[in-house]
Design a protein around this ligand. Sequence first.
Ligand code: SF4
Length: 328
Amino acid sequence: MTLNFETDYLVKELKKRKPKKILVQLAEGIKQNATEFAPIFEKLGIEAIFSGETEWGACAPAIQEAEALGVDLLVHFGHAPFFDAKFPILYIEVRDELDLTPLLKKSLPFLKKYKKIGFSYSIQHRHDIEKVKDFYKKNKKQIMLSKKLGHVAYEGHIVGCQYAGLKSIENEVDCFVILGNQFHGMGAVLSVDKPVILIDVYNDKVMDLSGLRDKILKQRMASIEKFKKSKNVGIIVEIKPGQKFGSPKYLVDRIKEQGKNPILITMNELTPDKILNFYNIDAFVELACPRIAIDDFAKYPRTIITFKEALVALGIKSWKEMLRIGLV
Ligand code: SF4
């Protein structure tokens, strides 16, 4: 796998925007490339500082860090824009230069029963989408890209917490194919009730993920039931700019109405060790990335659910209704 960092575009934009000092934010898998970028900035006479903090997603451009450091521009590698920020940000999406043909061929036996395919891709594969469409067309499949809804940047683009674009075409397709990784595939399984085939480019395999749905939903239901029995509830709000999944005030009011004691807790980044000392809190609702509660629940010492799951636990939405909307 070869990564294309779109260096020409980077240099062109930097020459145009003329920053004197920048903060560079690299996705985890490309932090090792920091030393390759440093000479580019130096040659342009730009003072560059690399963020050592974890870069989880486009929901969390390091705006506070950038402001604290007094830089003119934040250069964010590895994601597409997620929201309109007031701070100047240059997004470098990073292309994965990979011949997808062998994996697309591997996907065909999984698609034997299906003709109309809903298709979504992670951002690193956007440049390949026309080739993908041609491949499936030649193999007599109809491709429909997921819609550009919510915080995705393009038609077909998939983000781990944004599945409205897939839901919107669910009734028009026989199955979904996700080109990306397990994280994106799992989110799709929880959001649509059609078979989900994952083309996992990072592990070089194709998988039918449909069987995962019931297993995960059962686990989520168990967490919701535990939450119902809790008395003291922590509502965790992160300060990352794009992670605002639900209204804390609304939740506090609804939880009080049920005779529970809610407290609001803020964090830069939610981790299992940070909730340990709140030892008299029985259960938590996190309004940060919904995938924390869903994917990492086993790492947490107490019950932890998402905003949407809290709506179910509090009887505001039924489980059936939430599944129709999509759990993620
Ligand atoms: S909220 Fe979670 S899933 Fe959504 S972009 Fe951020 S890290 Fe990814």
